[in-house]
Design a protein around this ligand. Structure first.
Ligand code: GLN
Length: 321
């Protein structure tokens, strides 16, 4: 348990990170690996990785932190950042900012809310983001821009971060619900480009493959008021708002429980990853493929809960200096 005389400097983060990986190794109740597409169903539930990148650049990793996994809905954070860059606050005429209280792929609210998704982090919301990003370009360009953006955020000069085409194709083959969401929103004129093109972009974003280390690196701008390595990616105000949305909406109908247990902005994906941010302190990625009933990583959430218990990093704790 954190002691309030602990400071960031005196906490032994490397030790805490390796202790957490060790504890996770011993847990057998790991949730269920996503089974809707073969490339995800084949991933071993035994995997666990954690990477903590500190504001001073130090990276602490343990377990399978250097194994690439499908980031899935975590890409919605990067899509939101890009869509806000493209159209600014006009985005909020087409996407809401409230928790949905429904599953990530639910269609029910779209009827009563006239095709305006509750928030950018459910599937319907992210499909609108893709339509915004397609605005003036070809799907291939929107996908290429996303890949370059994420590589830049992660400092991946070698271009190691890839889009897994097998995953993108499998998403396409099974994406009937996403097709329904997109067509339904098109009926309300909240999707403007042809639905197949919008979904092509959406499925490729879901198929981004990254390691915990790369993902934690890519989240640094949200930890540091919109900056990476001294360069401004977004304004401090925008970074703060994206963090607020991650806290309130980043775990679908489980967002309240995530705030209760972890108390940090976080975004999950059905590949079992979670990106979480301690403003001013650290950017964190965890990965364990087994999911809870809401489609969020079971051990990933537990690992973040442990990390916050040991460091006092919840945004609801008095901030350590
Ligand atoms: N590819 C998944 C879907 O569209 C992403 C959902 C998720 O990660 N929660 O259904």
């Amino acid at each position: 348990m954190v002691r309030h005389m602990d400071t960031i400097a005196t906490l032994d983060i490397a030790r805490i990170v390796s202790d957490i990986a060790e504890e996770m190794r011993g847990i057998s109740d790991r949730g269920a690996v996503a089974s809707y597409i073969p490339p995800l169903a084949q991933v071993s539930p035994d995997k666990f990785g954690i990477a903590v990148v500190m504001a001073d650049g130090a990276a602490h990793v343990a377990g399978d932190a250097d194994a690439a996994f499908s980031i899935q809905s975590i890409s919605k954070v990067f899509a939101l950042t890009q869509a806000l860059g493209a159209v600014g606050d006009q985005l909020w005429q087409r996407v809401g900012r409230e928790p949905s209280g429904s599953a990530f792929n639910s269609i029910v609210q779209l009827e009563s809310e006239q095709g305006i998704p509750r928030n950018p982090f459910i599937n319907a919301g992210a499909i609108v983001l893709c339509d915004v990003l397609l605005g003036r370009c070809e799907p291939r360009e929107a996908i290429g821009q996303m890949l370059r953006f994420v590589r830049m955020l992660a400092g991946d000069d070698a271009g190691t971060i890839k889009i897994d085409e097998t995953v993108a194709l499998a998403e396409q083959d099974t994406g009937f619900r996403n097709m329904a969401l997109a067509n339904y929103m098109r009926a309300f004129s909240n999707i403007r480009a042809p639905v197949e093109r919008v979904l092509g972009v959406y499925f490729h974003f879901c198929a981004l493959a990254m390691t915990c280390r790369e993902l934690a690196m890519a989240g640094r701008y949200l930890m540091d008021g919109g900056r990476v390595d001294g360069h401004s990616i977004v304004t401090a105000n925008r970074a703060r708002r994206i963090n607020a949305l991650m806290m309130s909406c980043g775990h679908y109908d489980n967002s309240g429980d995530f705030a209760f247990r972890v108390g940090l902005p976080g975004k999950s994906g059905v590949g079992g990853g979670i990106l979480s941010v301690v403003p001013g302190v650290a950017s964190i990625a965890v990965w364990s493929p087994g999911l809870n009933a809401s489609g969020n990583s079971q051990l990933g959430t537990l690992a973040l809960e442990r990390l916050v218990q040991r460091t006092g990093w919840s945004v609801f704790e008095p901030r350590l200096r």
